[in-house]
Design a protein around this ligand. Structure first.
Ligand code: DAT
Ligand code: MG
Length: 151
């Protein structure tokens, strides 16, 4: 399995509810590598680009209102299979149907307040990372446990 990067964002409801640490820790404990992280109140332009595939859906305006309503914690995580694995950690779009043990399954009830976003495939991940981050904000680094050894 190849090393990938994915875009993950804690939505304004997750930030307002004080769930940032809880959510970050799930990705950290899984073992994925944090490449970038920032808190940002998205502009309408950024939100409309991010959710561009949904622009014709009836919930689009409300979705853009919501995602621009306060700070979002935007992240890039790296690891083998991280794109699909993150989606499994996050759980299904409808929180009431999301599996217990997933972030949405454990922490949310409402589809319009489902706490977290994760890219749904390699093309989306590349698009979303470049939309939310400049290349200088992405840190290439080697975690200490990757060079952990005895002599
Ligand atoms: P996901 O966030 O699981 O990738 P998606 O890409 O289908 O889900 O939709 C993006 C977001 O839009 C989703 O997290 C919540 C909102 N959304 C989706 N379907 C909706 C609906 N039927 N009513 C209200 N909001 C919806
Ligand atoms: Mg999606």
């Amino acid at each position: 399995m190849t090393v990938e990067r994915t875009f993950v964002a804690i939505k304004p409801d997750g930030v307002q509810r004080g769930l940032v640490g809880e959510i970050l820790s799930r990705f950290e404990r899984k073992g994925f590598k944090l490449i970038a992280l920032k808190q940002i109140i998205p502009s309408r332009d950024l939100a409309e680009k991010h959710y561009g595939v949904h622009s014709e859906r009836p919930f689009f305006a409300g979705l853009v209102d919501f995602i621009t309503s306060g700070p979002v914690v935007a992240m890039v995580w790296e690891g083998e299979g991280v794109i699909s694995s993150s989606r499994r950690l996050i759980g299904g779009t409808k929180p009431l149907e999301a599996e217990p043990g997933t972030i949405r399954g454990d922490l949310a009830m409402n589809i319009g307040r489902n706490v977290i976003h994760g890219s749904d495939g390699p093309d989306t991940a590349a698009f979303e990372i470049s939309l939310w981050f400049n290349s200088e904000e992405l840190n290439n680094w080697i975690p200490a446990d990757q060079v952990w050894r005895v002599e």
